[in-house]
Design a protein around this ligand. Sequence first.
Ligand SMILES: [Zn+2]
Ligand SMILES: [Zn+2]
Length: 674
Amino acid sequence: MSYLRLFFVLVVLGHTSWVHAQSNRMTELLGCAHKALLPAPDGDRTRDLRTEDEYDYDVEHYQIDVRLSYSQGSISGTVTMDCHSNVEGLESIIVHLRDNMVVNEITMNDVTLDYNHADHEIEIFFDEPLAENEAFSVAIRYRGNPSSPGEDYGMEFTTSRYGDPVIWTQDEPEGSRYWMPCHDVPDDKATVEYRIRIPDNWLVATNGRLIEIIDEADATSTHVWRTDYRTSTYLMAITASEFITFSDWYHYSETDSMEIKYYIYPEQQAAAEEDFSVTDDIIHALASAFQVEYPFLDEKYGMVVYPWGGAMENQTMTSYGQWLVRGDHRYDWINAHELGHQWWGDLVGPMDWREIWLNEGFASYSEALWAEYLEGEEGLRDWVRDFHETYIYGHSPAHAIYDPPPGHLFCAAQYDKGGSVLHMLRWVVGDEAFFDIFPLYAEQNAYESATTEEFKAACEEVTGQDLDWFFDEWIYNYDYPQYTFAWGAESVGDQYRVELQVGQIQPEETVFEMPLEVEITLITGDVHTAVIDVDEAFETAYVYVDAQPVDAELDPNGWVLCTIQDVLLDVGPDDGEISVPQQVTLYQNVPNPFNPKTQIRFFIPETAHTTLQIYSITGQLVKTVYDEELLGGKTYAYTWHGDDEQGNTVSSGTYFYRLTSGDRSETRTMVLLK
Ligand SMILES: [Zn+2]
Ligand SMILES: [Zn+2]
């Protein structure tokens, strides 16, 4: 007869190691009104994918020639779009512009065109149908008061925390159309030239390079900026105020450097110089981790403060919330997040908004990489544990990362779960392959847009593995595994055989397939590490070790987004001291109370006729689980789905379950909650 040697009696809910000293990211997110926690956008924006008509043309270049009036809260001027037709016989195009803006005239080659401006779209009709690939240029003269307070989008005319007037934009996902006519879809990237006329004591901060500032007659000046890298409309942004500037340099080789330029309010110069002193280090850290150079070396990296609560990764000019500048480096991680977006979001953008995790998951993981750069493995793991905590305890309802429901475009599923998915990919494929994925993915999609499937293809190309299962369970399905973990050991010759039991008790039916690390501490003080493949709802694995085990921990390094409930494999008479099981043991079901399912486990020492039956509180038999001879010396597990013998779901309430084996019986109670 075999026997189990029994060890510990600790029942822990979740990871106690989640309580760690590092400043808590969840609190930070709440504290700074980060985008993840802003009120949900109104309407069904997530699904506002472009219609077929919107594929009919692409924009090559925007010329944005506008005058901003702070006192009138207005923008006026002309946006010229150089485009080409994607279809034969193109008779009209759709350009996005909110209805509260007024179109004065639309021309093509100085000829006025007919248009219809309704439902926040302008349909522009051509005099002659255009051929496929035919280039054309439309000039849209417009004006209006674009402010839309409370909507979190568009162009606002407000004051800074110091009372200075500021004009600023916030465009993701569809805010550009609030202040400029444009083809406002993320995968139509174009170059831009801005000619922005403002009071002559103001500065403009935007994408690309500052070409010149032209003095105009009436105490205004026109600021000319130009991009050579193509940009999505949601990453085009204008911020204007009485800024002061300072510069730093990113040295990307021994002889070459790129300017990092800051536009700040004069009152916060000292704090900004302190906080932003790490920016070049962050660029170095991320470029080296991704093995991809900063993508816009020929232009710059810039940061401009603005009155919004969070920050926004506008291409080559991040808009950075004014309250994030404190002089104490508290929000360096947001600096790292927005910088991460220069690669993931800006260099490689999302094909459409269903793919938003390719932005936010990657930028969140950039925060973790910055923590790893500063503090090594411990910093990385702490950061990822915060992802887990924020997602598990801070997000509902459960939904897949891919194609989030309305109001969840910027939720913890995209940020925190997205970041932890990349970390799990790193665990599954290993460090070397993981970091080789980024250069390939970047190369295949540079200055373009990508999909999850394209990212998966890059992962599969690098690793040579079929990763459908990984993306299916983590990106296209929802939820996360809730594991139970138990272990025990017996001596076998001069070794010990450790039995590891991993159950999955998440409320949904998805059974997760993941390799899980197990750390077994031996009485000698040595630590034995093993990896077990868990792909069953109840998995038993065996590991042989050379000395008596005293502890075992599942996923000790927090690789996997999950909860782990340590349960008793067995309990002896000596309060957790090593002992020999001698009797029939029925364990408390896990979880309890439960809905919709729970796991009942029991141990029998000797082969005997055994019954396990479930009764209602009034003593009626609900279900007979076992009524047969069972092999002794084993632990058995049964998952009850709250159903009776006929498969009908039973009502909520208290139930008894009774185990009889040989001449011994034991009964426990459990509670089904609805
Ligand atoms: Zn982000
Ligand atoms: Zn969500």
